[in-house]
Design a protein around this ligand. Structure first.
Ligand code: ADE
Length: 246
């Protein structure tokens, strides 16, 4: 998978050199480039923002550097008929990022992230790019960050671990999909007793059927407590008789 990230703070993306993503890059599973938007500015101050049309607080990212950036990274790089990236523009006003969207993005051959800053990017950048490629404005939650860089870190990590070969133990992905729509049960590791607290004995019983049932119940209870909205959205068909007795 190819990933391009365009930002005015390339250093913000340095965690992508580390850990499992760094390894996936070294192994050639992910080809990731971070680009400094200021490369496409022409004034001495390398300015990327301007006052909002219509007035108001804050600054808006100018369309010109973004336009030239996309011209170079997308249009001048490819021959006629070749694929274009899926462009993701981070914004608190975007579509909510979910595990389902992570799966959707993991199936794309080429992702390009545009990190918004300040009060966002001039809307014409999205409108113009949409004429040539699929563009999705995406939010990682109902809160406002200084910019999209942290959102990109979160999205790239969620997507990269779904790319085949990135995760050492693919079985942990299976577990997640079994649990679809529910939070995971709590996890424990030895010692069996720590500071007077015990691992639930069923987990040490060796009875896989009982362990699965216990995890299912805990997942339902945890979801009901922390995310009743998820439980309400579960399809009735995904609950079995024993779930209903809980
Ligand atoms: N930029 C600022 N806040 C954001 C958010 N919640 N999600 C994505 N990008 C953002």
């Amino acid at each position: 998978m190819k990933i391009d990230v365009v930002t005015v703070f390339p250093e913000y993306l340095s965690p992508l050199d580390l850990s499992l993503i760094g390894r996936a890059r070294q192994r050639g599973l992910i080809d990731l480039d971070v680009h400094d938007l200021r490369r496409w500015t022409h004034d001495v101050h390398h300015s990327v923002d301007g006052a909002p049309a219509g007035g108001g607080a804050g600054m808006v990212m100018k369309p010109q550097p973004w336009g030239e950036c996309l011209d170079e990274l997308v249009f001048q790089r490819q021959g006629p008929g070749e694929e274009k990236p899926r462009l993701l523009v981070t914004s608190p006003a975007g579509r909510p990022f979910t595990q389902a969207m992570a799966h959707e993005l993991a199936a794309e051959p080429w992702l390009m992230f545009a990190c918004g800053r300040y009060e966002g990017i001039d809307q014409r950048v999205v409108d113009h790019a949409s004429q040539a490629m699929e563009v999705t404005e995406v939010s990682i939650g109902d809160y406002v960050l200084f910019g999209g860089e942290v959102a990109v870190l979160a999205i790239v990590e969620a997507v990269a671990r779904l790319v085949p070969g990135v995760l050492g133990n693919a079985a942990s992905l299976d577990d997640e999909s079994h649990n679809a729509g529910l939070l995971e049960a709590p996890a424990y590791t030895r010692p069996a007793e720590w500071r007077g607290l015990e691992i639930p004995p069923v987990l040490l019983s060796g009875d896989h059927g009982k362990v699965d049932r216990w995890r299912r119940e805990q997942a339902l209870l945890r979801t009901a407590a922390a995310r009743p909205d998820l439980l309400a959205r579960l399809e009735a068909g995904s609950l079995d008789e024993r779930d209903r007795l809980l």
